[in-house]
Design a protein around this ligand. Sequence first.
Ligand code: HPA
Length: 293
Amino acid sequence: MTARSGPGPDPVGAATAHLADRLGGLEPRLALVLGSGLGGLADRIGGSVRIACSEIPGWPVPSVEGHAGLVVGGRLEGVPVLALGGRAHLYEGHSPARVVLPVRVAARLGAEILFVTNAAGSLHHRWVPGELMLIADHLNLMGANPLVGPPRAAESRWTDMAGCYDAGLRRAVREAARCEGLPLREGVYAGLRGPSYETPAEITMLSRLGADAVGMSTVPEVLTARALGVRCVGVSCLTNHAAGISAAPLRHEEALEAGRRAAERFQRLVVAGVRRMAATELDGCGNSEEAIG
Ligand code: HPA
C-alpha cells in the first residue's frame, strides 16, 4: 500500500510505523473491529502483542464503556489478524479522519479483509435483543464521510459502494453460523451519528427507508476500507429494540447487558467466520474447505 502524497504530517504513516515496530514482523491479513462487548475476543488471539491505544501516535482513545482500548496483533484460526479494540465514534467528537485512522493503518500494514462488529438496535419486533445480524448493506445517515477532502494516494475517491459487504465473506459467515448452529439474521444497517437514541418517528422513517437495524458506527470504517480496496464483512449484535418498537424504555445499560449475554455466541460466530474465511477466501491460510465441513 503506498503512502499518501503531499506535504504536511502523516498521522497514518506515524501510527503504521509504530505498530509495524511493535508487531515484530506480523503482517495482518485481516483487521477485526471489536464493537461493544466483543473486547473479550482479543483473549482468543494466539501469540498476541497487546498495545494500548494511548501509546500509538494519533490513535483515537475511546471514552465509551464496553470498548477496551487495546489493539491486539496475533493469530486467530491461523490467520494473522489485527484486532482493533476501542473503536472511536463520531459522537465522541472525533473527526471522521480520526475515527477511520485504524482502518487506514490496518490497510497499510497489509490487511485485505475488514471484519466489523457492532451493537445495534433492532427495527423488527420479532428480531429480539441478543440476536446476531449479518450486515447486507448500509445507509449512511451520519452526515459525514471520511473520504471528504483532498484525494489520498492509495484511496479511490469515487468509491463504488455497491456490494460493499462482500458476497464471498458474507457466505463464509453464513456457513459459519450454520456449522455452529447459531441463528443469524441478515439486513440493512442504518448508521446515525448519535449519541442520542432515535425518536420513534425516526425509527419509523428508517424502517421505511429500508433499514433493519440502527447504530452509531461502522459506516465510516467500511467507506474507508472500500476506498482502499479492502473487502468488508460485518455483524451486528442486536442489543435492544429501537425506539418505539417495544414498549420498554431504551437504556444504554440494558443494551450493554444484552451485549454481554450475547458475547459468547457473538465471539463464536466471529471465530468460526474467520476460520471459514481462512479456508475459502484467503489464499495460503488455514485448512481446506472440506476439512472444516
Ligand atoms: N440506536 C442507535 N444505536 C444503537 C442502538 C439504537 O437503538 N442500540 C445500539 N446502538
